[in-house]
Design a protein around this ligand. Sequence first.
Ligand code: DAV
Length: 342
Amino acid sequence: MAVVDACDEWSPLREVVVGTAYGAMFPDEDRRMIEATMPREHWDEFRPGHPFPVWITEAAEQELQAVAELLESMGCRVHRPKRVPWEGLGGYCATMPRDSLVVMGDRIIEAPMAWRSRQHELLAYWPLIQQWRQAGARWLPADVDLGMELLDAGPREPGPRWVIGEGRPAWDAADFLRLGPRTVVGQLSHVTNRSGIDHLRARLGPDIQVHLLQPDDPHAMHIDATLCPLREGLALYNPDRITPDTMRGTPLDGWELVPAPRPEPNAGPPPRYMTSAWLSINLLVVDDQHVLVEAQDEKLQTLLTSLGFTPLPSPFRNVQALGGSFHCATLDIRRDRRTWTT
Ligand code: DAV
């Protein structure tokens, strides 16, 4: 059995990384990056040496621990990142392993992330990666000079004005979703450029197709609050950003595409410093039946039940304050192998 083996977002989960909120700091990032992607009312929080409020990180850590224990009770092996003191490293945290790493089959691929403040995140996952490498997993480091200028350099995509150019390849892992051993869908965004797509394609090799979707999202950074595959042939979508029409001719053509209920506007505290309320659809599918969903998102739980799932309502609002929900805060390492049509 391969130690690392996952190639979709829904097959039964056997082994997973659950992030930690330990020491989370607001990322110290170029102001243009922040303004392109972050909610305006929180821009001023993004400054050097500024930790997230302790009451939030402590509550977030409890929420993460509860999810780790729930997954373990369901027979899933859970790993936690190393605790890294982010102070002095520009931030940010090891709460969101989904952003920096892609597991596809037996490969673990490091994303050449666009944000300079996120270049150290691998420190938190390195002990685990070493262990999997030694046990036979294929490790593909980003192998890109992350110091190269992205904001001011290189030609630019026509169309929506992304804040980054093509100065070097850039992509975040959370701009992509896996639909089977041969199929990935993703998007261009403020953190993923054209040469980043080429870089990911080269990493995946000729047998895996990367299809670009075209959500309407002027602040795009990560696709996992826009589309949420629940099983082969069924996905939830964010009707404020994407329509079934725009998914014609993509691998999602022919899927049952269900609009997700609009989330309540930002009901705080805690504030969602880094995202929209659409984190509601940032779900983790545990197996054919079970889906982790935020305890307060009752309309979504009702919808999931009507689609044949058993929602597992779990408090996660404090984790959400740090920039992601169940999909972001986990990284699946092993899911059961299936037969896929995609
Ligand atoms: O509001 O769409 C979600 C990003 C999660 N990785 C949003 C951002």
